[in-house]
Write a protein of this length. Structure first.
Length: 138
């Protein structure tokens, strides 16, 4: 059952991205171009997503497990360290240069678009490099 719920959730997320136009890197880059033909639709999408997430989080944080009895892993750390700052900067840089973030990258990859495939491969390489650094620190 958890796999079916994950599949349906992923499909709904992908449809939401498509409906909002977030699968189009040009739309993202237009949002980041504040001195040109600025497109605020990404801001609207982000605000709606944050409101929905905040409402859902109010219900989830009172529970020990999910509706399907899976353990919840809610972060508790409020530490802002070097790893967080560097990771955030790299995420923003990749997003700004490519106009793609992880969710839309998977969507574009599933659609067979070369932009999505390249971004997803770069994302996987970045995760592998991070894992290597994590191992050497311990």
């Amino acid at each position: 059952m958890p796999i079916i719920v994950a599949l349906v959730s992923g499909i709904l997320f992908g449809l939401g991205l498509l409906l909002a136009g977030m699968g189009n890197p040009a739309k993202i880059l237009a949002f980041l171009d504040i001195t040109g033909n600025w497109d605020p639709s990404l801001l609207v999408t982000m605000v709606v997503a944050m409101v929905i997430s905040a409402i859902g989080y109010q219900f989830v944080k009172k529970r020990k497990s999910s509706v399907l009895n899976c353990p919840l892993q809610i972060p508790t750390s409020k530490l802002i360290d070097k790893k967080l700052l560097i990771g955030s900067a790299l995420f923003g840089l990749g997003w700004g240069l490519g106009g793609i973030c992880p969710g839309p990258a998977i969507l574009l990859t599933g659609m067979g678009l070369i932009q999505g495939i390249l971004f997803t491969l770069a994302m996987i390489a970045g995760m592998a490099i991070f894992q290597l650094f994590q191992r050497t620190e311990k």
